[in-house]
Design a protein around this ligand. Structure first.
Ligand code: COA
Length: 328
C-alpha cells in the first residue's frame, strides 16, 4: 500500500477522503449522513477548533482503499495522539486497516507522542481490530438524535417555564455566528467547564481554552459549512456568563443540525440552567430555523444528568461509540 498525506487544497484527494469516510459510516452506522465536500475541506483545513488532523490516503495498485488521520494538539495533552482509520467496506479483512494504523502509530511516535487512541462504533468486529493491536476500552459514548417533528412544542415550553422559575436570576442571550470580541475570554471560561463532563477511563488531561481557541472554533465551524447558534445564560446581577449551549445548523442541508457543548460553570450549577439552555435553544431554532428536522448529539454513557435532559426532549438512541487507548 502507498500511504500519502492529503492536503485540503487537493480537491480530488479531499473528495476521495470524504467518499471513503462516508462509505465506511454507511456500512457501520447507516443513520449517519454522508460527508459533504464543504465539510471535508473545512475539516482538513481547520479541524474542530483550529488544529486540523493530518490525513492520509492508502492506495493499492492506484486504487484508493483506506484513509487515516492523526490528531495532535499543541495546547494540551502533549503526549497524546488520536487516530481514525477507515477502510472501504469492500476492501476490509485484507490487512489494509492494520497497515494504516501502523503508519499512524509510527507518525505519532515520530512526533514524540506516547499515548494513542482510536474510536469506533460498537459494531461487530470493529473493537476487535483495536483490541488485537493492544488498545483497551476506556470510554463509551451514545449518539442520540432528536426528530423535531416528534417534539411537542408545548412540552418544550412547559419544561422551559419550569426551569426558568428555578433560574430567575439568569437571562438567556442569543449569539449567532462568531462570539463578539469582548466576550471571547468569558466564553473561554464557559467552554472550559466542559472538562467536568465524565471522561470515564480515558487517560487524558483537561483541555485548555482561551480566547484564541474560541475564535478558532467559530471559524472552523463556519468553514465546515455550519451556522453556529450559541445560547448563553447570564447572571442578571453580576453580568457573569454562567453557561452555554451551541447548535450548529448545516447550510447545504439545513434540515440537519448538530448539538455541540452544553456546559454550566461550577459556581452556577443547581439552578436548572442545563434544561433552561436546551429548551431555550429549541425555542430559538423553532423561531428562526423551523426547517430543522434532526439534531444529533453525543454524551458519555455515564453522563446521567445530560441524558435525562435529552430524553425528556425526545432524543432517541442511534448508536454507541467506543474509545480505546494504549501506550506506545
Ligand atoms: C476496523 C477497520 C479499520 C479494519 O480494517 P481492515 O482493513 O479490515 O483491517 P485488517 O484487515 O488489517 O484487520 C482486520 C481485523 O479486524 C478485526 N475485524 C474486523 N472486522 C471483523 C468482524 N466482522 N468480525 C471479527 N473481527 C473483525 C479482526 O481482528 C480482523 O483480523 P482478521 O481479519 O485477521 O480476523 C475497518 O473495519 C473500518 O474501516 N471500520 C470502520 C472505521 C472504524 O471503526 N475504525 C476504527 C476501528 S478501532
Amino acid at each position: 500500500m502507498d500511504i500519502e498525506r492529503i492536503t485540503p487544497d487537493d480537491d480530488a484527494a479531499v473528495r476521495t477522503w470524504a467518499e471513503i469516510r462516508s462509505a465506511s459510516a454507511a456500512h457501520d452506522a447507516p443513520w449517519e449522513h454522508p460527508l459533504t465536500e464543504t465539510f471535508a475541506r473545512g475539516e482538513l483545513t481547520h479541524g474542530w477548533d483550529g488544529e486540523p488532523e493530518l490525513a492520509f490516503l492508502g492506495t493499492v495498485d492506484g486504487e484508493p482503499v483506506a484513509v487515516g488521520s492523526l490528531e495532535v494538539s499543541e495546547r494540551d495533552n502533549l503526549d497524546l495522539a488520536w487516530f481514525s482509520v477507515d477502510v472501504r467496506p469492500d476492501r476490509r479483512r485484507q490487512g489494509h486497516g492494520g497497515t494504516v494504523l501502523a503508519h499512524l502509530e509510527a507518525e505519532a511516535a515520530r512526533r514524540g507522542r506516547t499515548s494513542v487512541g482510536i474510536s469506533c462504533w460498537d459494531v461487530e468486529g470493529l473493537e476487535r481490530f483495536a483490541l488485537d493491536r493492544g488498545y483497551e476500552r476506556k470510554a463509551a459514548g451514545i449518539n442520540r438524535r432528536q426528530h423535531l417533528a416528534e417534539v411537542d412544542p408545548d412540552v418544550v415550553d412547559a419544561l422551559h417555564a419550569e426551569a426558568a422559575a428555578a433560574a430567575a436570576d439568569y437571562e438567556l442571550v442569543r449569539r449567532l455566528g462568531r462570539v463578539p470580541d469582548d466576550e471571547l475570554d468569558a466564553v473561554a471560561v464557559l467552554t472550559a467547564s466542559i472538562n467536568d463532563a465524565p471522561k470515564e477511563g480515558l487517560q487524558v488531561e483537561d483541555n485548555v481554552f482561551d480566547a484564541e481557541r474560541v475564535r478558532a472554533y467559530d471559524v472552523a465551524q463556519e468553514a465546515r459549512g455550519f451556522v453556529l447558534h450559541r445560547l448563553v445564560a447570564r447572571h442578571r446581577v453580576t453580568g457573569e456568563l454562567a453557561g452555554q449551549t451551541a447548535v450548529a445548523v448545516e447550510l447545504e442541508r439545513p434540515h440537519l443540525a448538530e448539538q455541540h457543548d452544553t456546559s454550566v460553570v461550577a459556581a452556577h450549577r443547581g439552578h436548572r440552567l442545563g434544561a433552561l439552555l436546551k429548551t431555550g435553544m429549541l425555542q430559538w431554532l423553532r423561531e428562526t430555523q423551523p426547517q430543522i428536522a434532526e439534531i444529533d448529539t453525543w454524551n458519555a454513557e455515564s453522563n446521567a444528568f445530560m441524558i435525562g435532559v435529552n430524553e425528556a426532549l425526545g432524543y432517541r438512541v442511534m448508536g454507541r461509540g467506543l474509545d480505546l487507548q494504549k501506550k506506545l
